[in-house]
Every structure is written in C-alpha cells, then in structure tokens.
Design a binder for this molecule. Structure first.
Ligand code: UDP
Ligand code: MG
Length: 315
C-alpha cells in the first residue's frame, strides 16, 4: 500500500512595525505559543516601517534564533499601508495573515481563523472590533461617522469596526497585489477585490505596551484619503451644491429687482444680508476648490508612479 503524505500548509503572518520595541517580544512569544495549537506551518514577516527605536535590532535578534521569522526594513517611514503591501509581496505559502503587533488584534483568534479558512468555503476570514468603551467615545463617534460616510459614497462597502487583521487565501493576496496604486487604503482595497469573506468579532482590548502612533489629525487625513481613493461622489456633490446656490442666487436677483421697483428706498437695507450671502457663496467656492484639489493631488501623486516603499534590507 502506498502511503500518501499529507501536505503541510503554510501561513505567512505579516506584522507592520513602527516604533514597537516594547511590544515585539510579547507578540512573538504569544504567536509561538499559539503555533503549537494549529497543524499549519507558521512564518512571521516583520515589516519595519522606518522605526527610530530599537525595533529593528530586536527583530534581527529573533530572526537569528528562529528561521521561521523574516523581516523587511524600510529605508524610512512609509506608513502602515506600505508595510502591509510589502508584507503581501514578500509572503509565501497558501495563506497570509495581517495582524498588529500591539496585541490589540487578539492572536488567540488565529487558530480559529486558520481552522475556518482551511476547512470551510471562505476565502477571507476578517475581523471586526466591537465595544471600544467609554474612553474612546469621541474616536468611536468619528469612526462610525466615517464608515457611514464611506459606505454612502463608495461602491465597495466597509463593515463598521473592520480591522486589517485577517487571514486570506493566496488568490486574494495576488488580487490585492494587482492594485498597485501608491495612495493605498487597505480596508477599501480588501473590500474592492471581493471574495467570500466571513467576519469574526472581538471585544476591544487596550494596547499592552507603547502608544498608538496615530494622531487625531492623522486619522482625519486617513479618512479623507480613503473617501477620495474610493469614490468620486464628493465631486458630484460639489456640482449639486453649485447648482443649488446658482438657483438661489437667481431667485435672490429676481427678489431684489422686484423689491427695487416696488420700493425705491429699499436698496440700502439689504447690506448685511448681502455680505452674508457673499460669504456663503465664496465659502462654497473655496470648499469646492478644496474638494477638486484633493482629487487633483491624488492624480498628481498617482501619475508619478513612485514605488510604494523602498527597502533597506530584508531576510
Ligand atoms: N504601524 C505602522 N506604521 C504606522 C503606524 C502604525 O507600521 O505609520 C503599525 C504599528 O506598529 C502596529 C499597527 O501598525 O503594529 C497598528 O498601529 P497602532 O496600534 O498605532 O494603530 P491602532 O491600533 O490605533 O489602529
Ligand atoms: Mg493598536
């Protein structure tokens, strides 16, 4: 009787790192302890996004003693989106996962996600964070507003609380890599490529160590760039506002002419309202210019066709 050898599947885990010297050891230990719970062969890819602390030397130390750990170090800070892209490019094996290093994306979910993707018909197992608690009330409010807005204006739908934390089949990764735009909004790209996706939910946990590198303004910019890269509806909206204010101004003009004919002394009385209207119109014009400018800047950055990241070294 010929024995058939069971093929061992491989999962590459991509971990973007930006100044995370405090979180890396705990994360590595956690993943190692979990790797015994699943039959799959787990490879780790630390992508250093230009850290200025000791992250790189910590990663290199781990790589020396564990040949299942690889790294890519960027020449400077390129952002998390670029780190994810680099990770997807370097990954190998049948499955690829993306996870944060700060243990806010619970690694305990991984065995379950691996089991589901290998045994069920799903192409992607994604995750959603629920219950951010009172501490993050304002952030949660803006985050919900962002999801509502982007789902309203764009073709591809995002699930509220959706994280980058996910496990994907190779074919999904290959499709994502086809989208080589330099202004990347990963969650939109994940949704745009489609595939059968199942979402698992998890309760929010606070960071173990270190602090988030996102500022409120940074998140706002991320949201605006997300909308600009996935929808042109704001431009249509600008045209609609233009049409509306034009109609109002025609009505206003008719009103002024009729009033001037009926009451000869009335012309001086409307000064305040005239200034208000003038300010209103010019602010709409500036706003529209801003919206158009955002799209032009997106075109400008895209036409340069610069690489998404530059790597200093890798292993
Ligand atoms: N990160 C990155 N580049 C950045 C910001 C963050 O590679 O410019 C990494 C970071 O090291 C972490 C993950 O992305 O592994 C999520 O970052 P963070 O915890 O700051 O974000 P949040 O949890 O608030 O979404
Ligand atoms: Mg975090």
């Amino acid at each position: 009787m010929v024995k058939t050898k069971k093929r061992i599947l491989t999962l590459s885990i991509i971990v973007p790192i930006y100044n995370e010297e405090e979180s890396i050891p705990a994360f590595y230990d956690k993943i190692k302890s979990l790797s015994f719970l699943t039959p799959i062969n787990i490879l780790l890819y630390f992508i250093d996004d230009g850290s200025t602390d000791n992250s790189v030397s910590i990663i290199k130390k781990i790589t020396c003693k564990d040949d299942k750990v690889h790294y890519v170090v960027f020449s400077r800070h390129f952002g998390k989106e670029a780190a994810i892209y680099a990770g997807l490019q370097h990954s190998c094996g049948e499955y690829v996962a993306v996870i944060d290093v700060d243990l806010q994306d619970p690694p305990e979910l991984l065995p379950k996600m691996i089991k589901m993707i290998t045994e069920e018909q799903w192409d992607v197992i994604g995750t959603r964070r629920i219950n951010r608690g009172k501490k993050y009330k304002i952030r949660s409010f803006f985050s919900n507003l962002f999801y509502k807005m982007i789902n309203l204006v764009s073709d591809s739908q995002l699930v509220p609380g959706e994280r980058d934390y996910r496990v994907m089949e190779r074919k999904v990764v290959d499709s994502i890599l086809l989208l080589s735009e330099s202004q990347r909004f990963s969650r939109g790209i994940f949704s745009w490529v489609g595939f059968r996706t199942k979402y698992l939910t998890f309760e929010n946990v606070d960071r173990v160590k270190g602090k988030t590198s996102w500022t409120f303004l940074g998140l706002m910019k991320y949201a605006v760039d997300g909308v600009v890269s996935f929808s042109t509806i704001p431009l249509t909206f600008v045209i609609l506002i233009g049409l509306l204010s034009f109609s109002l101004s025609v009505l206003g003009a008719i009103f002024v002419v009729v009033r001037a004919i009926l009451d000869k002394n009335s012309s001086i009385a409307g000064w305040a309202s005239m200034i208000t209207i003038l300010l209103f119109i010019s602010s709409i014009q500036l706003l529209s210019l801003g919206v158009i400018g955002k799209y032009i800047s997106a075109i400008f950055l895209e036409t340069k066709q610069r690489p998404i990241y530059i790597k200093r070294e890798s292993k």
